[in-house]
Design a binder for this molecule. Structure first.
Ligand code: GDP
Length: 459
């Protein structure tokens, strides 16, 4: 792919506001020369790529704006594959404004949000899925969402899909060739091979599609609800979970920020405890599972913690509650509280009645490690977020993945029913279009604009 060098653009690459250092990025044709004109120090136009130089930036009258370090990247060995200069200056709004103004007077345009990444994409630095991962990486605020974004940035699932798409293109070409022969009964595309290729692609798509709901949860937090009868220990558990979180945060030196209410991180996964107001005010805890309000809460949640008082529940009652939870169709964790006053006998009976394992805790004594492990394990198995495996977190990707899958399902159905080549070609083309739009091999300007405008400026 040939590299395109567009007109130079500039923007602040670090977060706005006061800081020790700010970095401005300039990219495009002549970027190095433009900066060289306002830089006093070495002659930048004669310096090698990937070198850093100390000097001063000057205003039109020769006055010093700031002492800076400039880093030179010569295309195609840069983020955008264009010539790029990164200017590290002191992090004051005034200095940043002065430098940007000076640059614009030298013919540099201010960059639009996401424009650097868009140029990198257009120059083939990465595909669309990876470009979007850049945005996700910046926005990632938990270990798990960071990991998901990083996997995608490294090529994640798009590499594999691209290869399969290429094979499919070859088949579509053969099928379309058959169309050219009209009435004649020719078959260039081996139907059995085509069928097994389509099945292969669907096998790759399936886990990606399935990862979406969990992937989304990872990005935005897993909405989790604690339900159970009054006196089960729900508010005690809530406090135990959140207290621990507060303790962890206050141990990190220099953190003054408060814990976000009702949010909790376990193994890098964010859990949002929903509708905890009722748990805070203990007068408001009439929460038998059958109650409509509780059912509404369960509908809003992605994960249910069903808490019961292990010393004060009869097996039949637990069974009835479980039936209600099963009806909700949601993943849940069965938690027996007050393990400190529950006998081994009671536990055994309850486990037999439930016919599944129970996580035992003592909320009052803050013995809740097993519950935390269970919460983390629940999300991890659902999401397959063990390192390396790709998780789909982006709605646009999800829609194209399902679109491809559906088109392929129709094509396979058509093959089996012996439809004509033109019907087959139609479904195949649709599958190709979805796959192509997913990775950016097929794009429209509107699509690109809408994707990249969601980036922040300077990216
Ligand atoms: P809620 O109505 O479900 O919110 O229950 P609470 O959190 O208000 O707890 C009800 C009672 O159970 C309180 O007196 C708690 O101190 C007590 N309790 C909660 N957790 C435990 C526990 O792990 N062991 C024991 N022995 N008592 C507990």
């Amino acid at each position: 792919m040939s590299i395109l060098q567009l007109e130079p653009i500039a923007a602040l690459a670090t977060a706005p506001g006061i800081g020790a250092i700010a970095v401005l990025r300039v990219s495009g044709e002549g970027a190095i020369e433009v900066v060289n004109r306002i830089f006093k120090g070495k002659d930048l136009s004669r310096q090698a790529s990937h070198t850093v130089h100390f000097g001063t930036l000057r205003d039109e009258n020769g006055g010093i704006i700031d002492e800076v370090l400039v880093t030179i990247f010569r295309g195609p060995h840069s983020f955008t594959k264009e010539d790029v200069v990164e200017i590290s200056c002191h992090g004051s709004d005034y200095i940043i404004r002065q430098i940007l103004q000076r640059l614009t007077r030298e013919g540099v345009r201010l960059a639009r949000p996401g424009e650097f990444t868009q140029r990198a994409f257009l120059n083939g630095q990465f595909d669309l899925v990876q470009a979007e991962a850049v945005a996700d990486l910046i926005a990632a605020d938990s270990e798990a969402s960071h990991r998901a974004a990083l996997t995608q940035l490294r090529g994640g699932f798009s590499k594999q899909l691209k290869a399969l798409r290429q094979q499919l293109i070859d088949f579509v070409a053969l099928v379309e060739l058959e169309l050219d022969f009209g009435e004649e009964d020719v078959e260039f595309a081996k139907r059995e091979q085509l069928r097994s290729l389509m099945l292969d692609i669907r096998r790759v798509l399936r886990p990606l599609i399935d990862s979406f709901s969990a992937g989304n949860a990872i990005k935005n937090g897993v909405p989790t609800v604690i339900v159970g009868k009054p006196n089960a220990g729900k508010s005690t558990l809530l406090n135990a979970l959140l207290n621990e979180e507060k303790a962890i945060v206050s141990e990190i030196p220099g953190t003054t920020r408060d814990v976000i209410e009702d949010e909790l991180f376990i193994d890098g996964i964010r859990f949002r405890l929903i509708d905890t107001a009722g748990l805070r005010h203990t007068t408001d805890t009439i929460e038998a599972i059958g109650v409509e309000r509780t059912q509404q809460k369960m509908r809003d949640a992605a994960l249910i913690i069903y808490l019961f008082d292990g010393a004060n529940i009869i097996p039949a009652e637990l069974k009835a509650a479980l039936a209600d939870i099963h009806d909700s169709g949601k993943p849940y964790i069965l938690v027996g509280n007050k393990a400190d006053v529950t006998t081994a006998d009671q536990r055994q009976q309850l486990e037999a009645a439930a016919d599944e394992s129970i996580t035992w805790i003592s909320a009052r004594d803050e013995r809740i490690d097993e519950l935390k492990a269970a919460l983390s394990a629940r999300v991890r198995t659902d999401a397959a977020v063990q390192t390396g495996s790709a998780v789909v977190t982006n709605t646009r990707h999800y829609e194209h993945l399902t679109g491809t899958d559906q088109a392929l399902a129709r094509a396979i159905g058509g093959l089996d029913a012996g439809v004509t080549a033109d019907w087959l070609a139609m479904d195949l083309r649709q599958a190709l279009r979805h796959l192509g739009e997913l990775t950016g091999e097929v794009t429209t300007d509107d699509l690109l604009d809408s994707i990249f405008s969601r980036f922040c400026i300077g990216k």
